[in-house]
Design a binder for this molecule. Structure first.
Ligand SMILES: Cc1ncc(COP(=O)(O)O)c(C=O)c1O
Length: 418
């Protein structure tokens, strides 16, 4: 039975639910973290941490210090002394805190879109070298647009076929759907760890195993998973993964993404945009390209060091709080939000798994008045987002969101939808 069809369980009434918000905050082991973010001037409830995370309170001072000490203080010497190794150092910290990745496999660079292109193109090259007859790429038909656009373009450019997979609106990729879609012709399958609309958290180890059993490579887009659910990319045997850092990693607008390449693929990793800063000796100005060892070769041009300053502040918060505690709070927040929706907005369809084990840290509810309601709410400082065709997406970033804020936001949403 899909979550959209599930009968709503019996719930407390609105007054009881409202009273419960404060006691949930009192019992929240991570409650103190909500004060570690810059307060928004007009903010009544921020329900969009899964699109753009809030700035950590230490970011302004960290940026100021960077400008004075590192940029102005060291100027061009900063590259040799500090910055060239920063994409790999920060990648390792994200790998350890959020990805279950041993060091040397994660790099911070580019946007998610560019890294998706690089990984997909690298997967095609690696697979064609081993088995030139493979000619299919696999993806969900309602995957995030950038993933679809890039996969289609690469398929077109290389004479490949895209095998589109349909999943229900309130779900995502399953081992069964994957098994029915991959085979001896599959080069690679690209799926979202947590789906951007439904919030479906895939059974990533099982799907990975199914794809690999067909001799194909798996690429996980973890944009909505990183920092919200515990990932174990090494233990699950994942081939490649990618994700953005401005959602639950709070790196700020335009913060660089990260890519993970399992160590066993480093020998054959071929960056389709071989730039000087991913070369073995960037300043030797040699004629031919010789890649840096390992995942560092995925870097092409100059990395956005300034944006990494803000990102590093949030990675530090996650390291302190621990991803297990973050996940525990995420489940409590989304469970409470679903209860509120069931009671306050009975006409809405919850298009997100009701089973917390299959859910990330956001939910989408469908309602015919969604677009207008979201526009109105934004003007009131209550900020969810709208997703086509009738969805309101409610993102609950565990470290920055309180239960009182969730109650306030969903109550305002109920009024706006009505
Ligand atoms: C699932 C998913 N993949 C990819 C992207 C695109 O990321 P970028 O803008 O960094 O290329 C997004 C952006 O929100 C996303 O949600």
């Amino acid at each position: 039975m899909s979550s959209a069809d599930s009968p709503a369980p019996r719930h407390a009434n609105p007054a009881e639910l409202r009273a419960r918000a404060a006691s949930l905050d009192d019992a929240d082991a991570l409650a103190a973290y909500t004060a570690h973010f810059v307060p928004g001037d007009d903010l009544a409830a921020y329900l969009d941490g899964n699109s753009l995370g809030r700035p950590v309170a230490s970011v302004p001072a960290a940026l100021d210090d960077f400008v004075r000490t590192e940029w102005s203080g060291r100027l061009i010497r900063g590259w040799d002394e500090l910055w060239l190794t920063r994409p790999a150092e920060l990648g390792d910290r994200i790998g350890a805190a959020c990805l279950g990745a041993a060091s040397g496999q994660t790099i911070v660079a580019d946007s998610t879109s560019v890294l998706i292109f690089k990984l997909l193109r690298a997967a095609i090259a690696a697979q064609h070298a081993a088995d030139p007859d493979r000619d299919e790429l696999v993806m969900l038909s309602d995957e995030f647009p950038t993933d679809r656009f890039i996969l289609e373009r690469l398929a077109d450019d290389h004479g490949l076929t895209v095998r589109w997979v349909d999943a229900p609106l309130d779900a995502g990729i399953t081992p069964e759907l994957a098994a029915a879609s991959v085979g001896p012709r599959t080069i690679a399958a690209l799926f979202s760890g947590v789906a951007y609309r439904s919030s479906w958290w895939a059974d990533m180890p099982a799907v990975t195993a199914v794809v690999q059993a067909a001799g194909a490579l798996v690429i996980w887009d973890c944009s909505h998973a990183v920092g919200s659910v515990p990932l174990e990319l090494d233990a699950w045997g994942v081939d490649y993964a990618v994700g953005c850092s401005y959602k639950y990693l709070n790196g700020g607008p335009g913060a660089p993404a990260w890519a993970y390449v399992a160590a066993r693929h480093h020998e054959t990793l071929r960056n389709p945009i071989p730039g000087w800063l991913g070369a073995a000796a960037p300043f030797s100005m040699t004629e031919g390209y010789s890649p840096a060892p390992g995942v560092a070769s995925l870097v092409s041009g100059t990395p956005p060091i300034l944006n990494m300053v803000a990102l590093e502040q949030m990675v530090r918060q996650i390291e302190k709080a621990g991803i297990a505690a973050i996940r525990e709070k995420s489940i409590a927040l989304t469970s409470y939000a679903i209860e509120l929706v069931d009671v306050l907005i009975p006409a809405a369809v919850v298009s997100t798994p009701r089973d917390p084990a299959r859910r990330g840290s956001h939910l989408t509810i469908d309602h015919p008045n969604s677009a207008l309601a979201v526009e109105r709410l934004w003007a009131q400082g209550v900020i969810p987002d709208f997703r086509h065709p009738s969805g309101v997406r409610i993102g609950l970033s565990p470290l920055s969101t309180s239960f009182v804020e969730v109650e306030r936001g969903i109550r305002a949403l109920a009024e706006a939808l009505a």
